[in-house]
Design a protein around this ligand. Structure first.
Ligand code: UT7
Length: 331
């Protein structure tokens, strides 16, 4: 019997209808379209406006999109991994609710939190379960309602983030397609550079933490930028060298959408032509755990069986890494 590899066999996605444009942000904070576009590449982002809906809503819609496209009975799903930095609530896991709502009644589930690298680390996790031979269908969802943790009076963060969800199905493959190699890293040096101060076990919520706006994302943008540029490029180059990949044989770079300048720097290091770089930051901004599956959804029709994809991400913690995956189907 051939070795089992973990291949992506379906993709689904969802973004909310409401579009928050750079022009609209100009009336909310001291910023302008030119600054945002030239510094980040972002033109607009989607926001989930419904007050009573959380990240699970985004995840459920993305999963339903996948189920419908694949014509898959949710009862066949063995496990649901939910990559997110914005769970519906503390303690009660979001993935359990999502799995139940989509009808994945035979699955067990858990949430996986690794900031902007949640989905990438989730790919690694999903692959291990498939490679074990014990699990046949693993649904990995990346979703974040970033608008729930953003201060729309802080121009340094509110221009960056957006809401969205994406899902992929991992299944066993015996043709050698799917996940080939990975290089994943973390470094606690990033703890103070990208964080939410309150609401955790160190500083629980209080009237004071709310008054001090300590439940919103804080980012030391320049520091994160420097680490992101060098580390995302380093791991992507490393995964290429380790797998004898060249700029000719890599078909696609699938990079976390934090800043177009970070993506460009990674592509430059890989000597990759712009046409091979997946990009949708101009439409969605940084959707944290959803950027990678949203890219796959947008580019799915262009992907061919056997294509070499290099995924790369960088996020809070710090967390970062790169994954080499061979695409397994033609749309
Ligand atoms: O996904 C998780 C990982 N996150 C990242 O990878 C994000 C990494 N960081 C970045 O993408 C960039 O650092 C930012 C987009 C956040 C900021 O861009 P920057 O080029 O690093 O700008 P900066 O922070 O150095 O600020 C430059 C200037 C400052 O003004 P002064 O001090 O030079 O007068 C800021 O106050 O731009 C000012 N500024 C703004 N101006 C207009 C900051 N935000 C804005 C704004 N509009 N929204």
């Amino acid at each position: 019997m051939n070795k089992i590899t973990a291949a992506i066999s379906a993709v689904g996605a969802y973004v909310p209808d409401f579009v928050l444009t750079n022009k609209m942000l100009e009336s909310m904070v001291d910023t302008n379209d030119e600054w945002i576009t030239s510094r980040t590449g972002i033109k607009e982002r989607r926001i989930l406006k419904d007050k009573d809906k959380g990240t699970s809503f985004l995840a459920i819609q993305a999963a339903k999109d996948l189920l419908q496209k694949k014509n898959l009975d949710p009862k066949e799903i063995d496990m649901v991994i939910m990559a997110t930095a914005t769970p519906d609530m503390p303690v009660a896991i979001t993935s359990a609710y999502v799995a139940t709502e989509i009808g994945a009644v035979n699955a067990f589930s858990f949430d996986l939190i690794a900031a902007c690298s949640s989905f990438l680390f989730g790919m690694s996790t999903a692959a291990r379960y498939i490679e074990s031979g014990k699990y046949k269908k693993v649904l990995l969802i990346g979703a974040d309602k970033m608008s729930s943790i953003i201060d729309y009076e802080d121009r340094t963060t509110c221009i960056i983030f957006g809401d969205g969800g994406g899902a992929v199905l991992f299944e066993p493959n015996e043709e050698g397609l799917g996940l080939q190699d990975e290089f994943l890293r973390t470094d606690g040096i990033g703890r103070q550079s990208l964080k939410i101060d309150a609401g955790g076990s160190i500083l629980p919520a209080s009237a004071e933490t709310v008054a001090n706006k300590q439940h919103f994302v804080f980012q030391d943008g320049q520091t994160v930028f420097k680490f992101a540029v060098s580390n995302m490029a380093d791991v992507s180059e490393k995964i290429m060298l380790r797998n004898n990949l060249t700029n000719e044989t890599v078909n696609w770079l699938v990079p976390h959408q934090a800043n177009k300048r970070i993506v460009d720097a990674t592509a430059r290091r890989m000597k990759l032509d712009e046409s091979k770089v997946m990009m949708n930051i101009h439409r969605y901004g940084n959707t944290t755990s959803a950027t990678l599956p949203l890219l796959l959804s947008d580019y799915e029709k262009q992907l061919k069986k056997g294509d070499n994809l290099v995924f790369a991400s960088f996020g809070g913690g710090f967390t970062w890494g790169s994954i080499y995956l061979k695409w397994a189907y033609n749309s």
